[in-house]
Design a protein around this ligand. Structure first.
Ligand SMILES: [Fe+2]
Length: 283
Protein backbone atom coordinates (compact mmCIF):
# COMPACT_ATOMS: atom_id res chain seq x y z
CA UNK A 1 0.00 0.00 0.00
CA UNK A 2 1.41 3.42 -0.91
CA UNK A 3 2.19 5.81 1.94
CA UNK A 4 0.45 8.68 0.10
CA UNK A 5 -3.03 7.07 0.42
CA UNK A 6 -5.31 8.76 2.89
CA UNK A 7 -6.60 6.42 5.57
CA UNK A 8 -9.77 4.51 4.70
CA UNK A 9 -11.21 1.60 2.77
CA UNK A 10 -9.77 2.22 -0.70
CA UNK A 11 -6.04 2.25 -1.40
CA UNK A 12 -3.54 2.03 -4.27
CA UNK A 13 -0.63 -0.37 -3.98
CA UNK A 14 2.91 -0.29 -5.34
CA UNK A 15 2.00 -2.26 -8.50
CA UNK A 16 0.48 0.95 -9.99
CA UNK A 17 2.03 1.85 -13.39
CA UNK A 18 0.80 5.46 -13.31
CA UNK A 19 -1.41 5.11 -16.40
CA UNK A 20 -3.82 7.64 -14.89
CA UNK A 21 -7.02 5.74 -15.74
CA UNK A 22 -8.37 5.91 -12.17
CA UNK A 23 -7.80 9.68 -12.13
CA UNK A 24 -9.91 9.99 -15.27
CA UNK A 25 -12.79 8.01 -13.75
CA UNK A 26 -12.70 9.50 -10.26
CA UNK A 27 -10.66 12.72 -10.11
CA UNK A 28 -12.33 13.52 -6.78
CA UNK A 29 -10.74 10.44 -5.23
CA UNK A 30 -7.44 9.75 -7.01
CA UNK A 31 -4.43 11.98 -7.66
CA UNK A 32 -0.92 11.39 -8.96
CA UNK A 33 2.49 11.64 -7.33
CA UNK A 34 4.21 11.83 -10.73
CA UNK A 35 5.15 8.16 -10.63
CA UNK A 36 1.95 6.62 -9.27
CA UNK A 37 -1.70 7.24 -8.48
CA UNK A 38 -2.91 7.34 -4.89
CA UNK A 39 -6.13 7.88 -2.94
CA UNK A 40 -6.17 11.58 -2.07
CA UNK A 41 -9.67 11.43 -0.54
CA UNK A 42 -11.86 8.48 0.37
CA UNK A 43 -15.14 8.51 -1.62
CA UNK A 44 -18.02 10.28 0.09
CA UNK A 45 -21.56 9.20 -0.77
CA UNK A 46 -22.96 6.76 -3.30
CA UNK A 47 -21.87 8.51 -6.50
CA UNK A 48 -18.22 8.84 -5.50
CA UNK A 49 -18.14 5.29 -4.21
CA UNK A 50 -19.62 4.05 -7.50
CA UNK A 51 -17.05 5.82 -9.71
CA UNK A 52 -14.27 4.63 -7.38
CA UNK A 53 -15.44 1.07 -7.91
CA UNK A 54 -15.48 1.67 -11.66
CA UNK A 55 -11.92 3.01 -11.47
CA UNK A 56 -10.96 -0.15 -9.58
CA UNK A 57 -12.44 -2.29 -12.36
CA UNK A 58 -10.82 -0.23 -15.12
CA UNK A 59 -7.36 -0.37 -13.48
CA UNK A 60 -5.15 -2.52 -15.76
CA UNK A 61 -2.91 -3.78 -12.96
CA UNK A 62 -5.47 -4.44 -10.18
CA UNK A 63 -3.55 -1.91 -8.10
CA UNK A 64 -6.62 -0.49 -6.37
CA UNK A 65 -7.73 -2.43 -3.33
CA UNK A 66 -10.31 -2.34 -0.54
CA UNK A 67 -9.73 -3.23 3.10
CA UNK A 68 -13.40 -4.20 3.44
CA UNK A 69 -14.38 -5.97 0.22
CA UNK A 70 -17.45 -4.15 -1.11
CA UNK A 71 -19.78 -5.64 -3.72
CA UNK A 72 -18.71 -4.60 -7.24
CA UNK A 73 -21.61 -6.15 -9.15
CA UNK A 74 -23.50 -2.97 -10.01
CA UNK A 75 -20.33 -1.09 -10.98
CA UNK A 76 -19.27 -4.02 -13.16
CA UNK A 77 -22.71 -4.27 -14.78
CA UNK A 78 -22.64 -0.56 -15.66
CA UNK A 79 -19.91 -1.16 -18.28
CA UNK A 80 -19.83 -0.15 -21.05
CA UNK A 81 -20.66 3.35 -19.80
CA UNK A 82 -22.74 5.65 -21.95
CA UNK A 83 -20.72 8.75 -22.87
CA UNK A 84 -22.87 10.24 -25.63
CA UNK A 85 -25.53 9.04 -28.07
CA UNK A 86 -24.48 5.50 -29.10
CA UNK A 87 -20.96 6.02 -27.67
CA UNK A 88 -19.70 3.96 -24.72
CA UNK A 89 -16.55 3.73 -22.59
CA UNK A 90 -15.55 0.10 -22.09
CA UNK A 91 -13.49 0.06 -18.88
CA UNK A 92 -11.37 -3.04 -18.22
CA UNK A 93 -8.22 -1.33 -19.50
CA UNK A 94 -5.40 -3.67 -20.50
CA UNK A 95 -1.90 -3.67 -19.04
CA UNK A 96 -0.47 -4.45 -22.51
CA UNK A 97 -1.68 -1.08 -23.74
CA UNK A 98 -0.36 0.69 -20.65
CA UNK A 99 -3.85 1.00 -19.27
CA UNK A 100 -5.41 2.97 -22.10
CA UNK A 101 -9.14 3.52 -22.66
CA UNK A 102 -11.28 1.92 -25.38
CA UNK A 103 -14.75 2.62 -26.70
CA UNK A 104 -17.79 0.96 -28.26
CA UNK A 105 -19.98 2.55 -30.94
CA UNK A 106 -23.47 1.17 -31.50
CA UNK A 107 -24.83 1.84 -34.98
CA UNK A 108 -27.39 0.51 -37.43
CA UNK A 109 -24.58 0.59 -39.98
CA UNK A 110 -22.48 -1.80 -37.85
CA UNK A 111 -21.03 -1.69 -34.34
CA UNK A 112 -17.44 -0.67 -33.73
CA UNK A 113 -14.85 -1.30 -31.07
CA UNK A 114 -12.35 1.57 -30.97
CA UNK A 115 -9.07 0.11 -29.73
CA UNK A 116 -9.31 -2.83 -27.40
CA UNK A 117 -10.02 -3.50 -23.74
CA UNK A 118 -9.22 -6.73 -21.89
CA UNK A 119 -11.17 -9.68 -23.21
CA UNK A 120 -13.58 -9.92 -20.27
CA UNK A 121 -16.56 -12.28 -20.29
CA UNK A 122 -19.03 -9.71 -18.88
CA UNK A 123 -18.04 -7.15 -21.52
CA UNK A 124 -18.22 -9.71 -24.33
CA UNK A 125 -21.74 -10.62 -23.17
CA UNK A 126 -22.76 -6.93 -23.19
CA UNK A 127 -21.42 -6.49 -26.72
CA UNK A 128 -23.40 -9.56 -27.77
CA UNK A 129 -26.56 -8.09 -26.28
CA UNK A 130 -25.87 -4.78 -28.04
CA UNK A 131 -25.60 -6.43 -31.44
CA UNK A 132 -22.02 -7.71 -31.56
CA UNK A 133 -19.03 -6.15 -33.28
CA UNK A 134 -18.55 -5.49 -36.99
CA UNK A 135 -15.38 -3.40 -37.01
CA UNK A 136 -12.43 -3.02 -34.64
CA UNK A 137 -10.64 0.24 -35.30
CA UNK A 138 -7.01 0.26 -34.15
CA UNK A 139 -5.59 3.75 -33.94
CA UNK A 140 -1.98 2.56 -33.83
CA UNK A 141 0.44 -0.19 -32.91
CA UNK A 142 0.49 0.41 -29.15
CA UNK A 143 -3.20 -0.17 -28.67
CA UNK A 144 -4.04 -3.54 -30.14
CA UNK A 145 -4.38 -5.28 -26.76
CA UNK A 146 -6.72 -8.27 -27.23
CA UNK A 147 -8.26 -7.08 -30.51
CA UNK A 148 -7.53 -10.44 -32.11
CA UNK A 149 -9.71 -12.23 -29.54
CA UNK A 150 -12.62 -9.83 -30.10
CA UNK A 151 -12.20 -10.18 -33.88
CA UNK A 152 -12.25 -13.95 -33.63
CA UNK A 153 -15.22 -14.09 -31.27
CA UNK A 154 -17.41 -11.69 -33.26
CA UNK A 155 -16.08 -12.20 -36.78
CA UNK A 156 -15.27 -8.48 -36.78
CA UNK A 157 -12.93 -6.77 -39.26
CA UNK A 158 -9.88 -5.12 -37.73
CA UNK A 159 -8.80 -1.84 -39.33
CA UNK A 160 -5.22 -0.59 -39.01
CA UNK A 161 -2.77 1.42 -41.13
CA UNK A 162 -0.16 -0.48 -43.10
CA UNK A 163 2.64 1.35 -41.25
CA UNK A 164 1.35 -0.08 -37.95
CA UNK A 165 0.28 -3.46 -39.24
CA UNK A 166 3.24 -5.44 -37.90
CA UNK A 167 1.40 -5.12 -34.57
CA UNK A 168 -1.63 -6.89 -36.08
CA UNK A 169 -0.36 -8.78 -39.09
CA UNK A 170 -3.60 -10.63 -39.82
CA UNK A 171 -5.86 -7.54 -39.66
CA UNK A 172 -8.70 -7.80 -42.16
CA UNK A 173 -8.55 -4.18 -43.45
CA UNK A 174 -5.14 -2.55 -43.85
CA UNK A 175 -5.27 1.07 -44.99
CA UNK A 176 -2.46 2.66 -46.96
CA UNK A 177 -1.34 6.19 -47.73
CA UNK A 178 -2.67 9.42 -46.32
CA UNK A 179 -6.12 9.72 -47.88
CA UNK A 180 -9.37 9.87 -45.90
CA UNK A 181 -11.31 6.59 -45.76
CA UNK A 182 -15.09 6.45 -45.27
CA UNK A 183 -16.53 3.30 -43.66
CA UNK A 184 -20.23 3.50 -42.70
CA UNK A 185 -20.54 6.66 -40.54
CA UNK A 186 -16.81 6.68 -39.80
CA UNK A 187 -14.29 8.93 -41.46
CA UNK A 188 -10.73 7.71 -40.88
CA UNK A 189 -7.94 10.26 -41.03
CA UNK A 190 -4.18 9.66 -41.23
CA UNK A 191 -2.48 11.47 -38.32
CA UNK A 192 1.25 10.61 -38.14
CA UNK A 193 3.25 11.94 -35.21
CA UNK A 194 2.87 9.81 -32.10
CA UNK A 195 3.62 6.90 -34.44
CA UNK A 196 4.19 6.87 -38.18
CA UNK A 197 0.89 5.33 -39.21
CA UNK A 198 -1.45 6.67 -36.53
CA UNK A 199 -5.14 7.03 -37.44
CA UNK A 200 -8.08 8.84 -35.84
CA UNK A 201 -11.77 8.11 -36.33
CA UNK A 202 -14.27 10.92 -36.81
CA UNK A 203 -17.69 9.40 -36.17
CA UNK A 204 -20.82 11.04 -37.58
CA UNK A 205 -18.83 14.33 -37.78
CA UNK A 206 -19.35 14.77 -34.00
CA UNK A 207 -17.27 12.26 -32.07
CA UNK A 208 -13.52 12.13 -32.48
CA UNK A 209 -11.60 9.04 -31.37
CA UNK A 210 -8.00 10.10 -31.14
CA UNK A 211 -5.90 7.20 -29.85
CA UNK A 212 -2.64 8.69 -28.59
CA UNK A 213 -2.84 11.64 -30.96
CA UNK A 214 -4.79 14.21 -28.94
CA UNK A 215 -6.45 14.37 -25.52
CA UNK A 216 -7.67 16.62 -22.74
CA UNK A 217 -4.70 17.34 -20.48
CA UNK A 218 -6.12 18.09 -17.00
CA UNK A 219 -2.93 19.67 -15.64
CA UNK A 220 -2.95 22.23 -18.48
CA UNK A 221 -6.74 22.65 -18.64
CA UNK A 222 -6.61 22.29 -22.39
CA UNK A 223 -6.42 19.78 -25.24
CA UNK A 224 -3.09 18.82 -26.77
CA UNK A 225 -0.66 16.01 -27.56
CA UNK A 226 1.95 14.37 -25.37
CA UNK A 227 5.44 15.64 -26.18
CA UNK A 228 7.10 13.11 -23.88
CA UNK A 229 5.25 10.24 -25.57
CA UNK A 230 5.80 11.19 -29.20
CA UNK A 231 7.63 8.24 -30.75
CA UNK A 232 7.85 9.33 -34.40
CA UNK A 233 7.88 13.09 -35.05
CA UNK A 234 6.69 16.09 -33.02
CA UNK A 235 6.68 18.24 -36.19
CA UNK A 236 4.41 15.73 -37.95
CA UNK A 237 2.28 15.56 -34.82
CA UNK A 238 1.71 19.32 -34.89
CA UNK A 239 0.84 19.18 -38.61
CA UNK A 240 -1.61 16.33 -37.99
CA UNK A 241 -3.30 18.21 -35.16
CA UNK A 242 -3.48 21.37 -37.29
CA UNK A 243 -5.38 19.50 -40.03
CA UNK A 244 -8.12 18.70 -37.51
CA UNK A 245 -9.10 22.39 -37.59
CA UNK A 246 -11.42 21.30 -40.42
CA UNK A 247 -13.49 19.17 -37.99
CA UNK A 248 -16.00 21.94 -37.21
CA UNK A 249 -18.73 19.78 -35.69
CA UNK A 250 -16.73 17.84 -33.07
CA UNK A 251 -18.65 17.65 -29.79
CA UNK A 252 -16.41 15.24 -27.86
CA UNK A 253 -12.88 13.86 -27.94
CA UNK A 254 -12.33 10.26 -26.84
CA UNK A 255 -8.63 9.41 -26.48
CA UNK A 256 -6.83 6.19 -25.70
CA UNK A 257 -4.48 7.67 -23.14
CA UNK A 258 -5.38 10.93 -21.47
CA UNK A 259 -8.79 12.17 -20.44
CA UNK A 260 -11.89 12.36 -22.65
CA UNK A 261 -13.37 15.83 -23.05
CA UNK A 262 -16.52 17.54 -24.30
CA UNK A 263 -16.37 20.42 -26.76
CA UNK A 264 -18.68 23.44 -26.93
CA UNK A 265 -20.61 23.73 -30.19
CA UNK A 266 -18.49 24.93 -33.11
CA UNK A 267 -15.51 25.57 -30.83
CA UNK A 268 -13.28 22.77 -32.07
CA UNK A 269 -11.37 24.82 -34.69
CA UNK A 270 -10.59 27.37 -31.97
CA UNK A 271 -9.44 24.56 -29.65
CA UNK A 272 -7.15 23.23 -32.36
CA UNK A 273 -5.60 26.65 -33.03
CA UNK A 274 -4.94 27.09 -29.31
CA UNK A 275 -3.49 23.57 -29.01
CA UNK A 276 -1.20 24.07 -32.00
CA UNK A 277 0.06 27.35 -30.59
CA UNK A 278 0.89 25.60 -27.32
CA UNK A 279 2.48 22.63 -29.12
CA UNK A 280 4.81 24.96 -31.03
CA UNK A 281 6.01 26.31 -27.68
CA UNK A 282 6.90 22.83 -26.37
CA UNK A 283 10.44 21.77 -27.15
FE1 LIG B 1 0.63 4.94 -28.16
Amino acid sequence: MLAENVEGNFFVDSSCINCGACRHYAPEVFAGTGTSSFVKKQPQGETEEFITKQALLACPTASIGMIEKLDLTSARNAFPLSMATDIYLNGFNHRNSYGAHSYFIQSETGNWLVDSPRFVRDLVKKFEEMGGLDYIFLTHRDDVSEAHRYAQHFGAKRIIHQLESDAQKDAEIILEGDKVHQISLGEIHFTPGHTQGHLVLLWDTRYLFTGDHFAWIPSLHQFGSFRNACWYSWEKQIESVQRMEAFHDVEAVFPWHGKWGMVDKQQFPHIIRKSVEWMHSVK
